[in-house]
Design a protein around this ligand. Structure first.
Ligand SMILES: NC(=O)c1ccc[n+]([C@@H]2O[C@H](COP(=O)([O-])OP(=O)(O)OC[C@H]3O[C@@H](n4cnc5c(N)ncnc54)[C@H](O)[C@@H]3O)[C@@H](O)[C@H]2O)c1
Ligand SMILES: [Zn+2]
Length: 342
């Protein structure tokens, strides 16, 4: 793969990746970097969710000092969201903050986790609880890297791209639905357009509301109900999959709330079924169980569960000045039963 990088000139560059991504792409990347920079090092971390913790962070910091990193070192992160979140947080605190570049290699990392500056690690109290907002100086987009991603991981990220179009870009939503087969075949040109637009939208939203005081909440479309599924599956269900299911159920709630036309909810349902995200994945969970698990969502205020209601494709329904809207228990039950029976 040719990365065709255009990075600021630095004496020392450190590439950090995981073993799987490293085996596929590190050689090409290192070769290219060595042609342009004096000293280039490669560090590898395990890269699974379980390694996104303080122990790995400390180890990585030690390795950075050992290879002579200082405040002028440029860190290049090559990988998915796990590596991106962890290394981003390392960059945020190393010598009080060094520059880093994201080269996201999963679709989820491209359209979601590499953008917005949220970096974090997990601990025994939960996921992403310790972190910082620290933006990369550059995000390198290479749709070609997605060819080696497995189908599950691909759909996982695609859902987040579809979600953002659903929330704020009807034209790109239609384009993605019309070209879904080509996208799933990883047609590079079409995929590149979709990824570029999804990235641009998230950058714009985050630019207006970095600390999620208002508008950034719309990125949580589908994420209230999905939170319940994720928890009930003990995180075995991929995040994007549970969001796909959540988008379907939440669209039904929005219909019952009088925000959304049932035809649109139906369109969303058909799209999710096409992607393999049908109600059969949830039959083992009752409405009571999902409701209980949803209580732990970060949008819950004074034990009131909230969600983002869609008004139409490309438009979120606002309640007075607020982007979030309460979920009514009875309507949730009805929506969930309808979904299970669909
Ligand atoms: N910072 C944020 O705003 C934000 C947003 C969403 C998610 N996240 C975080 O992102 C993480 C999930 O990231 P993810 O979905 O990218 O998963 P991931 O980083 O675990 O990657 C998934 C798997 O794909 C492999 N892989 C990566 N790129 C590949 C490629 N091009 N070809 C083949 N295999 C490849 C990886 O080695 C890994 O095994 C979670 O920790 C989540 O908390 C952060
Ligand atoms: Zn998400």
């Amino acid at each position: 793969v040719k990365f065709d990088l255009d990075l600021p000139s630095r004496d020392h560059v450190v590439v950090i990746t995981d073993p799987r991504v490293g085996a596929l792409y590190a050689d090409d990347l290192i070769e290219e970097l060595r042609a342009a920079h004096e000293r280039v090092d490669l560090l590898t971390i395990p890269g699974d969710e379980a390694c996104k913790n303080q122990t790995t962070k400390t180890l990585l910091e030690k390795q950075l000092f050992e290879c002579g990193a200082d405040r002028n070192t440029l860190i290049v992160v090559l990988g998915g969201g796990v590596v991106g979140d962890l290394v981003g947080f390392v960059a945020a605190t190393f010598m009080r903050g060094v520059d880093y570049v994201q080269i996201p290699t999963t679709l989820l990392a491209m359209v979601d986790s590499s953008i917005g500056g949220k970096t974090a690690i997990n601990n025994e109290f939960g996921k992403n609880l310790i972190g910082a907002i620290w933006h990369p100086i550059q995000i390198v987009r290479r749709a070609e890297l997605l060819k080696t991603l497995d189908d599950g991981q691909f759909v996982n990220g695609l859902i987040e791209a579809l979600k953002i179009f659903m929330a704020c870009d009807a034209e790109y939503f239609a384009y993605s639905v019309d070209n879904l087969d080509a996208i799933l075949r990883r047609d590079e040109a079409i995929l590149d357009r979709v990824v570029a637009r999804a990235m641009e939208l998230k950058l714009e939203i985050v630019g207006r509301d970095e600390r999620e005081k208002g508008e950034r909440a719309i990125l949580n479309l589908g994420h209230t109900v999905s939170h319940g599924f994720e928890l009930l599956s003990d995180y075995q269900l991929l995040h994007g999959f549970s969001v796909g299911l959540g988008l379907d159920v939440e669209a039904r709630i929005a219909v019952l709330d009088g925000c959304l036309d049932a035809k649109v909810a139906n369109l969303i349902h058909e799209l999710m079924v096409r992607l393999g995200l049908g109600p059969e994945l949830c039959q083992q969970w009752t409405a009571d169980q999902v409701w209980e698990a949803m209580q732990h969502d970060k949008k819950t205020r004074k034990s009131q569960v909230n969600y983002i209601a869609l008004a139409d494709i490309g438009k979120v329904c606002r309640l007075e000045e607020s982007w979030i809207r309460p979920v009514d228990r009875t309507r949730f039950d009805q929506a969930y039963q309808e979904f299970l029976a669909s």
